[in-house]
Design a protein around this ligand. Structure first.
Ligand SMILES: Nc1ncnc2c1ncn2[C@@H]1O[C@H](COP(=O)(O)OP(=O)(O)OP(=O)(O)O)[C@@H](O)[C@H]1O
Length: 304
């Protein structure tokens, strides 16, 4: 349903996306991940015809994408805007965007989209009076009101509070269960782990890995969950160890990713540092661990 085939894009001499290939099928929620500047927005812009690839092809619903392509009528898009007319109400803005594409008002999923936007009576207030979160929710409403078969959303949870993020997650999951293909970019890896069925990881414009979320986060030979009496002390003791790539502290345990390091070496380092160890088990890697391992060495661009 969404396909990037050998997509490349340069800005001047600087490559932003390099020979990128992946696809998102009906029923999938795919998270597009990468450090700042990895090329996520540039990729999404090409996928919806907002910019032209230097090489390669973007396809939606089996059609090659270009500005005005019919498939775009079946796509809900949230990338850099849209710019709302400030003196018109939220609802008038939605109407304008819908009618500009030559459709008859109202769009098929308007009630659902307004429900999710949760603007209540404020939908009739001028858009210029909206807070950042309200604007973001109005943008989501314009993407969702057309009952799209394909959704391409750049950081849709920006500016939303936890309850709104949860409502968005449920909405997107329902859309995918109904047969839509959903592509979202995000820096909120814990949130992505609850939402995505598939993940595409980019770094410096290149594809790093793509596949089902389970494969990226599944039980790994190199990940341990260690119950300790001092998680901060444990993290401090293990982070400097050779071979340890990530340490994540939880309430009463830490998760450690340490390829090639036997667990006894980790325990010994903890005991030497005076940290009490209760148990050591193989762990599922968190998406955060998997992501940081894949994009390691890129500290300047750490995931937010
Ligand atoms: N219009 C543009 N002109 C010049 N360079 C650009 C333009 N858009 C993006 N870039 C550059 O292309 C690279 C990829 O940017 P892009 O916005 O696609 O990354 P991103 O992964 O979406 O980043 P972020 O997570 O910070 O939004 C960056 O180096 C960026 O500075």
């Amino acid at each position: 349903m969404i396909r990037a085939a050998g997509l490349s894009k340069r800005y001047g001499r600087r490559p932003a996306v390099v020979d990128l290939a992946f696809s998102v099928e009906a029923g999938q929620v795919c998270a597009l991940l990468g450090p700042n500047g990895a090329g996520k927005t540039s990729t999404m812009r090409m996928l919806v015809g907002l910019s032209t690839p230097d090489t390669g092809t973007a396809e939606l619903l089996g059609d090659k994408v270009a500005l005005g392509a019919p498939a775009l009528h079946r796509a809900g898009v949230l990338i850099d805007g849209p710019a709302f007319v400030p003196h018109l109400s939220g609802l008038r803005n939605l109407r304008l965007l819908w009618s500009a594409a030559g459709h008859h008002w109202p769009p098929p999923a308007l009630d659902d989209a307004l429900d999710l936007a949760g603007l209540g009576p404020a939908i009739d207030r001028r858009a210029k009076s909206y807070s950042m979160g309200m604007k973001q929710r109005l943008m989501l409403a314009q993407a969702l009101m057309r009952d799209p078969d394909v959704l391409i959303l750049d950081e849709p949870a920006n500016g939303l509070d936890p309850a709104e993020v949860r409502a968005l997650r449920e909405h997107l999951t329902t859309r995918a269960a109904g047969g839509a293909a959903v592509l979202v970019s995000s820096h909120q890896l814990a949130e992505v782990q609850q939402l995505a069925t598939h993940v595409v990881v980019m770094n410096h414009g290149h594809l790093v890995d793509a596949g089902p979320l389970d494969r990226l986060t599944g039980a790994a030979d190199d990940a341990y969950r260690i119950e300790v009496d001092d998680t901060a002390g444990a993290a401090n003791a293990l982070r400097p160890l050779t071979g340890v790539t990530t340490v994540t502290a939880h309430d009463d345990a830490i998760t450690v990713t340490a390829p090639g390091v036997p667990s006894r070496d980790l325990v010994q380092a903890l005991v030497t540092a005076g940290v009490g160890v209760t148990s050591v088990n193989r762990a599922d890697r968190s998406l955060e661990d998997a992501f940081l391992t894949m994009t390691r060495g890129d500290d300047d661009h750490a995931a937010r």
